[in-house]
Design a protein around this ligand. Structure first.
Ligand code: DGJ
Length: 730
């Protein structure tokens, strides 16, 4: 059992293979956050620290539930800080009660420790059975307001991960209005730290930014109805000297796809409070008598071996204990998508021409993107009218699918089921089915509105429509898109006092729809997308094991995006395609080889008109597909090591080491050539120092120790030179 309760000291030890997370009940009542870091099997109770002068720790002038000096509560390390009872920092929990007060005082009343991990009702979450994960549930109670709060912790020892979520039960006869429920809160003692987070915008998602925390509150999140292009629901706190390979890294990742709030507040004592979850502007939830509210799950990972160590732990956890379905551990097909090849201008003949070329290259699947339905020849109409355009596809989806299957190709299809165009039969029939506020104009984005997924009738419509199409044709893959963010986020069915629930109810509705559709169609491989990577989060990965990384397919821009994405998400989840040049997003021309070498660091595919490729590029494409198929298991299931960051120099390098340790792929990319700079030496990681490795391109043999301590050298005098070098253990 990874969780131990010591009755005498009232401490809970949550042990992973390499770390410990320790909670202590102050006076047997208030859960303090005692410790999180490298494994620690014994810790003196916090209350003994002051007398032993173990640490000059103001928090130990402790106010008790019976009263006390409230000014000192402001520096207690708490597991669930609440508002208004002496702690002056940002709370993790905030609620308003029927008497108008906003004070919550929670005390421990009991706990359970169990093997395995229960699911979170209606929400995506990590999972695991007995022997893989253990769970602690702490029951806290506010006697005045008759409110129960359950803190749920699950420990994945092998991945050095602790998950946390919060369940609130209203046991009073009155309404409770929840205003903030952080899924996880960690109070660190006297800490100098940097925050690493992933920010961006459409077409440049998940760029890495590392900033020192100062004595203020740092806050980010989303109000867009999706986790968003702007800020991924993730951050890490790093010691100032932490590098890719050394030092403390504390990761916070939220398994959620909608609005969220992430905070790190450093107080005057240099205590850092870090939290992630629901709250902030425009979140409120009315909890009626007897009802319960389940927060999303936060996944906390500690690594002593730097940022890379943290990332590999997330990759393993999310591959093995978050993603699900038939494709979870299956090598994924190589596909060609027609979006950048044709946009809306295609017909069956054109698609079959691309498919024939693809087949000759040994590509497995053709994905038909936007424009196959209604009268959609541009992006201003027909979302909601999911019936096939027979002018473009005379034999319908089945006709096309059958022809592709007869050629030995699979058929994939694009949908954007959460959306409706004002110019659609669906909107004309149900104008109240979109998010809107009565009396206000409905702001358009890409000429579309958002269906109100909080409504059961809309959920049923989406389930029936998508399943109807999937039943009508041999569809092996779905790209589930979502191309705009919220405005006028109101629901016609909810009363005024519940309108601030809309964003979260939308997510619960969407998750119900995704659960239903994916379980009815286990044979389909699902890839999520939101104008590229606008909803690349663990919540979506629970339903769909891959995500279209970005609408930016430029070989150079993708280095930054994929490098940032790899902070949390494994390569097997990253849709990544070779597109045409000049690139459609940035106008840059990069060699076909480099575009392939970049796309191979993810779910490989093509997104261009193969019938317009030169013979030379077709020959190269054939080699790329064969190479990827031979080595995709290394990328998809291996461990990733980041070696050189494009954010630090115009050169990027990373490496995958196969799960069995027998093969490594070293990927190197020159972003911008420089004269007279000499060769770039790249030191590998994760190899067996005592083994010998053969470099497949030139047959040379080196020891693992040499490759890791001295490295291999690469030219960097020309723009856009790239290599994917195979090393085989001898
Ligand atoms: C946005 C996606 O990211 C693109 O790949 C493409 O599917 C378009 N939507 C289609 O409208």
């Amino acid at each position: 059992m990874a969780i131990i309760f010591r009755e005498q000291t009232k401490q809970f030890y949550l042990h992973t293979d390499n770390s410990s997370y320790i909670i202590e009940l102050l006076e047997g009542k208030i859960p303090l956050h005692a410790y999180w870091g490298p494994r620690l099997d014994n810790m003196p109770p916090l209350t003994t620290w002051k007398s032993s002068n173990f640490m000059n720790f103001n928090a130990l002038d402790i106010p008790t539930s019976a009263g006390g000096d409230f000014q000192c509560a402001g520096s207690l390390p708490l597991e669930l800080p609440t508002y208004g009872a002496g702690d002056m920092r940002q709370p993790a929990f905030h609620a308003q009660y029927a008497d108008g007060s906003r004070i919550t005082k929670l005390e421990y009343v009991g706990h359970t420790i169990t093997s395995g991990k229960p699911g979170l009702e209606g929400l995506p979450a990590t999972y695991g059975g007995a022997g893989q994960v253990d769970t602690l549930e702490l029951h806290l109670y506010d006697a005045l307001q008759e409110l129960s709060v359950y803190l749920q912790y699950s420990v994945f020892p092998a991945q050095d991960a602790v998950t946390r979520s919060v369940r609130v039960v209203n046991e009073s006869d009155n309404l409770v209005r929840l205003l903030k429920v952080a899924s996880a809160n960690v109070d660190f003692y006297d800490m100098d730290a940097d925050m690493l987070h992933l920010h961006g915008l459409w077409a440049r998602e998940r760029h890495v930014q590392r900033v020192p925390l100062t004595n203020t509150a740092t806050q980010f999140g989303s109000l867009r109805g999706a986790s968003s292009h702007l800020h991924n629901p993730f951050f890490a706190l790093l010691s100032p000297d932490t590098t890719e390979t050394t030092g403390d890294a504390y990761g916070f990742s939220l398994v959620y796809s909608g609005n969220f709030l992430a905070e790190a507040e450093k107080d005057a004592f240099n205590m850092v409070r870090a939290s992630i979850g629901l709250g902030g502007l425009d979140f409120a939830w009315n909890l009626n008598s007897g009802d319960s509210f389940q927060s999303p799950e936060a996944v906390l990972v500690y690594a002593a071996d730097g940022i890379g160590g943290m990332s590999r732990r997330y990759h393993r956890l999310y591959r093995d204990h978050l993603c699900r379905g038939r494709y979870q551990h299956k090598e994924r097909p190589v596909l060609v998508n027609n979006w950048e090849a044709t946009y809306f201008q295609f017909n069956e003949e054109k698609l079959l021409t691309i498919a024939e070329k693809a087949k000759a290259l040994d590509i497995d699947m053709l994905v038909l993107d936007d424009g196959w339905f209604g009268k959609r020849n541009q992006d201003n109409c027909s979302l909601g009218d999911w019936y096939v355009n027979t002018e473009k596809l005379p034999g319908g989806l089945k006709g096309l699918g059958d022809k592709l299957n007869a050629m030995g190709m699979k058929f994939g299809l694009w949908f954007e089921p959460e959306m409706v165009s004002p110019d659609s039969d669906l909107y004309r029939a149900h104008p109240d089915w979109c998010l809107h506020v009565e009396g206000r104009s409905r702001s358009l984005s890409r000429s579309q509105l958002i269906l109100d997924m909080s409504r059961a009738d809309v959920q049923e419509y989406v389930i029936n429509t998508v399943c109807g199409v999937l039943n009508s044709a041999p569809i092996a893959y779905v790209k589930w898109d979502m191309n705009r963010n919220f405005s006028e986020a109101g629901s016609a069915l909810l009363p005024p006092e519940q309108q601030q629930e809309v964003a979260h109810r939308y997510m619960l509705g969407l998750y119900r729809v995704l659960e239903t559709i994916t379980s009815r169609h286990p044979e389909v491989l699902f890839e999520s997308c939101a104008g590229g990577g606008g909803r690349y989060d663990p919540g979506m990965l629970y339903y769909m094991p891959q995500t279209w990384c970005s609408d930016d397919t430029d070989g150079v821009e993708r280095l930054y995006i994929q490098y940032g994405t790899s902070m949390v998400y494994p390569a097997v989840s990253m849709g990544s395609h070779v597109s045409a040049c000049p690139n459609h997003q940035v106008g840059r021309t990069t060699p076909f080889k480099m575009r392939g070498d970049v796309a191979m660091s993810g779910q490989f595919g093509y997104e261009l008109d193969l019938s317009r490729l030169s013979e030379a590029d077709l020959a190269l494409a054939k080699e790329q597909v064969a190479f990827y198929k031979k080595y995709r298991h290394v990328v998809q299931w291996g461990d990733m090591y980041r070696l050189c960051s494009p954010f630090e120099e115009p050169f990027a390098a990373w490496e995958y080491v196969a799960a069995d340790g027998n093969t490594a792929l070293l990927c190197t990319y020159v972003v911008a050539g420089k004269p007279n700079v000499g060769r770039k030496r790249v030191k590998l990681q994760g190899l067996d120092a005592t083994a010998e490795y053969k470099v497949e391109t030139d047959g040379r043999v080196y020891s693992g120790a040499f490759l890791m301590q001295v490295g291999l050298a690469f030219d960097r005098n020309l723009d856009h030179l790239s290599n994917v070098t195979v090393l085989t253990k001898m």
